[in-house]
Design a protein around this ligand. Structure first.
Ligand SMILES: [Zn+2]
Length: 263
């Protein structure tokens, strides 16, 4: 009987880097009798990868002890490997168009190429945000629809919009299960369910300083703008006020370092 159970058990692949939204989705999925395969696309340009991996280990350990779902070990893919191995010019050209028009993050090209190469649908923890880039790109150039006859409720996917396929090319293999929620909704649901100890282990800053969020990078700015400022320490909040000046100084410093290397 057990093996039959194993065979009929549903499985979900989740793109997860240990961040707030992905961790929230992991917790929702953990409540079901399913198998979860987390996938993390690593970016060697980010200094936060090691902290993220530590947090992932801590979160997985608690979830496995506390919840019924079976969570497999994380499968890691490197973004450079994806760009080399999973080439697809139609996806990349549609991505360049969406990036130029909606300032879409580069991770969506990696996700699109990987899911197409593996021929695998993956859940992606994008939430509703005022002027959310993913939502704007899909609204204008695709159609977001609830998946019919799905084994889990409330999951959306992207279809072409008449003859426009750019959003479908990039997001067609992604499933959006929390696109109708805000970060605040996630926090409220997590509090109601007693998940906050786990949510607080999630990581968001791309350029931590002494192991703490920086207050200057994009995700720290997002946290300040989406009611999550309580997650930043006082020093990060001070830096946030001067983030534009700090970013400008960083750019100048990097330029000088690059020039020195080439001389
Ligand atoms: Zn940061």
């Amino acid at each position: 009987m057990e093996s039959q159970n194993q065979n009929t058990r549903h499985s979900v692949t989740l793109l997860w880097s240990g961040g707030w939204d992905g961790t929230f989705r992991l917790l929702q999925l953990c409540q079901n009798d399913i198998t979860i395969q987390p996938v993390y696309v690593t970016d060697s340009d980010r200094s936060s990868t090691e902290i993220e991996k530590q947090r992932i280990d801590e979160i997985l350990k608690i979830c496995r002890e506390r919840f019924p779902a079976e969570i497999r070990d994380v499968t890691f893919y490197d973004k450079n490997w994806i760009l080399e191995t999973c080439k697809d010019e139609q996806i990349s050209s549609s991505f360049r168009h969406l990036r130029k028009t909606y300032n879409l993050g580069s991770q969506y090209e990696w996700f699109a190429l990987l899911t197409r190469y593996l021929d695998q649908k993956m859940e992606c923890g994008v939430v509703h945000q005022y002027h959310g880039k993913v939502e704007e790109a899909i609204d204008h150039e695709g159609t977001m629809e609830l998946i019919q006859g799905d084994f889990l409720p409330g999951r959306y996917h992207v279809l072409p919009k008449e003859d426009q396929t750019s959003a479908y090319d990039v997001f067609g293999n992604l499933i959006f299960p929390i696109i109708r929620l805000t970060k605040k909704d996630e926090e409220n649901i997590a509090r109601d369910n007693g998940w906050m100890d786990i949510m607080n282990l999630s990581w968001f800053c791309h350029t931590p300083i002494h192991g703490e969020p920086c207050g200057v990078c994009g995700p720290c700015e997002d946290a300040m703008n989406t009611g999550m400022e309580w997650r930043l320490p006082a020093a990060a909040k001070r830096r946030y006020k001067y983030r534009k000046l700090i970013r400008f100084c960083k750019r100048i410093k990097n330029r000088i370092l690059r020039t020195r290397k080439t001389v």
